[in-house]
Design a protein around this ligand. Structure first.
Ligand SMILES: C[S@@+](CC[C@H](N)C(=O)[O-])C[C@H]1O[C@@H](n2cnc3c(N)ncnc32)[C@H](O)[C@@H]1O
Length: 261
């Protein structure tokens, strides 16, 4: 996008009159088609973010540049992503800010990696361990297409349970058995550093917290989940939405301590 106007190569979000959305990438000669008719991509190029375009049948679509939430929620899912309501909390609870060295595992779709890289704002480093090469390739593309800059992102093809190189200020884990990483925090996480794990089931939480405690390396252990409760506010109908997305995963956070001898 240049001067707030769309260019070929940009992703855009098209929102129809019933507020249903699609994400498309603008291509030379491209055409978006739906039951409401078609829109040529050329008619979106050079218009301003937030404009309205019409299909050949006269149906209106709002056109926006994708926010982070739009982008990750419209990805074709090959792995379960960290939901934006949770990544927002993870960034705050892990206290991620520019200049830190952050270790992440695994990469999945790259949704959390993008959130961390944005919080680092091109300063510091994100190192992501991932066992599956196909996920690395897919996530690299997903991250590059949204962020363009990725110079401070190092991706390592490897099993983080076997250990990792370097010493980090933060460790953020979204994989099935994060308790195997705790022993590597002895040398791999600074004292005062923060570890966070994202865990779909409470049995995983119990294993992880037990291991944090057994290690005697961690304190300030917190476990929580994030409930986002949308409300309908429409004329006299002012009430919680009838249906909500209920459970994604639990978040566990702990801080490394240095024990006095
Ligand atoms: C749920 S996905 C991560 C999703 C990612 N956080 C996102 O927001 O897109 C879990 C990832 O962990 C990877 N993984 C599982 N075990 C691993 C291990 N021992 N070391 C490194 N990566 C691992 C999987 O291959 C998968 O890509």
């Amino acid at each position: 996008m240049k001067n707030n106007k769309f260019e070929y190569g940009d992703f855009v979000i098209l929102i129809d009159e019933k507020d249903r959305s699609k994400m498309i990438k603008l291509k030379v000669g491209g055409r978006y088609s739906s039951q409401y008719g078609f829109i040529d991509h050329s008619s979106i190029v050079d218009i301003t973010d937030g404009s309205i375009v019409e299909t050949n049948k006269g149906f209106k679509y709002k056109v926006f540049s994708p926010t982070y939430i739009d982008y990750v929620m419209h990805l074709k899912r090959k792995a379960q992503i960290v939901y934006p309501k949770d990544s927002a909390m993870i960034l705050m609870w892990a206290d991620v800010y520019p200049g830190l060295k952050v270790l992440e595992a695994g990469i999945g779709q790259g949704a959390l990696s993008i959130a961390i890289l944005r919080a680092l704002a091109d300063k510091g480093e994100l190192c992501t361990y991932e066992v599956r090469e196909d996920f690395i390739d897919m996530a690299k593309e997903t991250i590059r297409e949204f962020l363009q800059y990725t110079a401070n992102h190092r991706i390592i093809h490897g099993n983080v349970y076997d250990g990792f190189d370097g010493v980090y200020d933060r460790i953020i884990l979204d994989l099935p058995e994060p308790w195997h990483v705790i022993k590597h925090c002895d040398n791999g996480l600074v004292s005062g550093g923060i570890i966070v794990a994202y865990l779909p089931t409470i049995l995983q939480v119990k294993n992880f917290v037990d291991e944090l405690k057994n290690s005697s390396m961690f304190d300030l252990i917190e476990t929580f989940e994030v409930m986002k409760r949308p409300w309908k506010v429409d004329g006299l109908s002012v009430r919680p939405e009838m249906w909500i997305y209920n459970h994604s995963a639990f978040i566990v956070k702990a801080r490394k301590i240095t024990k006095n001898k």
